[in-house]
Design a protein around this ligand. Structure first.
Ligand SMILES: C[S@@+](CC[C@H](N)C(=O)[O-])C[C@H]1O[C@@H](n2cnc3c(N)ncnc32)[C@H](O)[C@@H]1O
Length: 218
């Protein structure tokens, strides 16, 4: 795995070019947008907001006019790009730089959608578990977790491709920014989440898993 400073350096270098990847990820993001009832959201939180692409789409076309958005990211370059992109939404949108810690400086029960797209697949398994626990803490009682991650393939071709990807990441993590396929469903603690929607969508043989899960009070 890459250290946080290496992940930050990778995304600082990548900058606005991350949006090229955004068009590759679009079918999975569309699936997430169709299955997490954003039309009823009040306060959206996103971990790893990147250039603010998803936030702009939500604020522009999907969220109710009174709904707010808060995003955090580890990369100062991404924060700068996201701030510029979201400026026109005024105080409906806030974006903050984080040190990348899995424990979040976010108040309990302060949002009703917690989003994380193509970020958990960069983290250590222990950090993923902590982020999921943090999502549970910061979501309100009716809150939804919406996650998209690279996942292992199910067909022969995609298994070969994601296997090669995982091997390349293990040997040269800096090449892929530390991103590798993960089995996220296995990491959701039993009894804490009710999975409302899950689907795997492949693009060019590389599969992404979309999960929408409702918080269950423990
Ligand atoms: C693959 S990009 C995905 C960006 C965006 N979510 C999307 O789907 O287009 C990963 C993003 O997560 C950020 N990131 C990586 N590790 C992070 C961490 N521990 N905390 C916050 N952001 C992180 C990176 O800086 C980068 O902007």
């Amino acid at each position: 795995m890459l250290a946080r400073w290496q992940v930050r350096a990778f995304y600082d270098r990548l900058g606005a070019k991350l949006d090229w990847w955004g068009s590759w990820a679009d079918p999975a993001i569309r699936d997430l947008l169709s299955n997490a009832t954003f039309e009823a959201a009040v306060a959206v939180f996103e971990l790893g907001c990147g250039t603010g692409r998803l936030a702009e789409r939500l604020l522009d076309r999907i969220l109710p006019p009174q709904a707010s958005y808060t995003g955090i990211d580890l990369s100062p370059t991404m924060i700068d790009l996201a701030r510029r992109r979201l400026k026109r939404f005024g105080d409906r949108a806030a974006v903050h730089l984080t040190d990348g810690a899995a424990h979040l400086e976010v108040a309990a029960a302060s949002c009703d959608r917690f989003l994380c797209t193509y970020v958990l697949d960069l983290l250590e398994e222990e950090e993923i578990r902590t982020v999921i626990d943090e999502a549970h803490r910061v979501l309100s009682a009716d809150g939804l977790l919406g996650v998209v991650s690279l996942c292992p393939g199910s067909t022969l071709f995609s298994r070969m491709l994601t296997g090669a990807w995982a091997r390349l990441n293990a040997a040269r993590p800096a090449l892929l920014g530390g991103c590798r396929p993960i089995e996220l469903l296995k990491l959701l603690p039993k009894g804490a989440w009710e999975v409302r929607h899950t689907r795997t969508i492949s693009r060019c043989g590389v599969p992404s898993q979309i999960i929408v899960a409702a918080k269950v009070e423990r």
